[in-house]
Design a binder for this molecule. Sequence first.
Ligand code: SF4
Length: 341
Amino acid sequence: MSRCIAGQRTRGREKDIFKYVFGPVRSGRLGLSLGLDLLGARICSFDCLYCEVGATDALTLAQKPYVPAKRLLGELSAFAASMPPAFDVVTLGGLGEPCLNTDMDLIITGCREIFPGVPVAVLTNSSLLSQAAVRRRLALADIVLPSMDTLVPGEFAALNRPHPDLSLSAIRQGLLDFRSEYSGRLCLEILLVGGINDTAENLDALTDFCRELRPDRVDVVTMTRPGAYATAQAAPPDTLARFRAVLGAAVSGGDMGHGPAALRSRVATAALAGAPSRPAADPEETMARVAASLGRRPQTVKQLSVALGLPEDDISRAVTTLVHEKKIQARAELDHVFYQG
Ligand code: SF4
């Protein structure tokens, strides 16, 4: 999902060790986020037009331990022993829908044991929340960030391209059921794509839904990076502003955000405080981090700078070298130059 975890899979010389742990990277909604990939491949119940990790390779509803808890937590323990930098939150996501991984409950519990006091967040496309077992596993998280881009069936089919056995009304009800059972923080995300789900009909339906759901926060966003399919384009700024204003009023009492500040203020910061900081990256390490991050999704120099916490000049030098060595490519899209692994 665009909402899928950003950033690099590894850092420098650790790139061959950490396959499922990546970051920490700066996330728009969560602050400094350490990402865990629960899928290991592009496995999802949706095939969204705007997906930043590319087209879904396996469109499925099959649930299993795609990345087993033992394997992932073993890697996380090794990461914890590697003098990692501080971060705000551990975020479960990856290259697809993390709720497809039936070991999610064990993974959440294990994260707490390895990093006590650090909140655990989960990104989900909401598609499996009609299942009680999925809701039970997900409810162990401190923060859940479900997405619901549209409640108009035709828009849902065109934009999210769901597995054929999924029903939009069941997903809607599943999210409401989860809200009634869950005591943690629920932050809804709505991604608008120009000419598809930025309609008055969708805004009306989402307004009713937000009143019923009562999320702690709603984020209305659009594409800032190239999607899996060229037909997906960013929604215009005035449309975003209209959705934010109307939905903000619908959830008054919660937050209406499109940046990290409101949520970060509530996210416990850096349970790793006191952990020694890593020394400043040298050019080789910067190049390795940039290349790894671009292997996950296309980014501009500025986006890389924010995600990796490195100066834009250092990033520019690294991408110039990587382009020269033909390890990455540059392409102009959405009025910016994006680099891609
Ligand atoms: S739900 Fe799946 S296809 Fe859609 S953006 Fe997320 S990972 Fe990509």
